[in-house]
Design a protein around this ligand. Structure first.
Ligand SMILES: [Zn+2]
Length: 151
């Protein structure tokens, strides 16, 4: 099965069976490509709704593509910095402003911290336990006696 993402990050290659994501009816993508596709759509939506509704989409898309594909920036990070800029009321006068947002060291640090927390959360709770939690409590002979007595 071929990936239908026009900018397939795996070069448009075949999708390993069982790992494909159906983005619309009969349209499949690599799960990573689907993630890129969805994040970029959200960036465009957010930009047009919150920053400039008259922006020419091809211009905006061009800047996003340069940041994501040429400069290898995770589109979810771009979405994160854009949301952050909007809530912090950072003025963005043109799509080129996005280049500066992804270079913001504070944003990078916050993103990295968030990512680490996400990884920790993804680890099953049992594996997060400290060794003390597993301290072996031997059953006292008295308890054993009670159990046998009950038989
Ligand atoms: Zn793909």
């Amino acid at each position: 099965m071929k990936c239908r993402y026009s900018r397939c990050i795996f070069g448009g290659g075949d999708i390993e069976p069982g790992t494909e994501v159906e983005v619309s009816k009969g349209r499949y993508m690599h799960s990573e490509c689907a993630r890129y596709n969805s994040a970029i759509k959200q960036i465009i939506k957010l930009y047009t709704e919150s920053i400039d509704e008259t922006i020419a989409i091809p211009v905006l898309r061009n800047v996003i593509n340069k940041i994501v594909f040429d400069r290898k920036t995770d589109p979810e990070f771009l979405l994160f910095v854009l949301r952050r800029a909007i809530s912090n009321k950072v003025p963005i006068k043109a799509p080129y402003g996005l280049y500066y947002l992804v270079k913001d060291q504070d944003a990078i640090d916050t993103w990295n911290k968030k990512k680490v927390q996400k990884i920790i959360k993804a680890i099953p709770l049992a594996e997060q336990k400290t060794p003390q939690d597993y301290k072996y409590t031997p059953v006292s002979p008295k308890t054993l006696l009670t159990i046998t007595e009950g038989l």
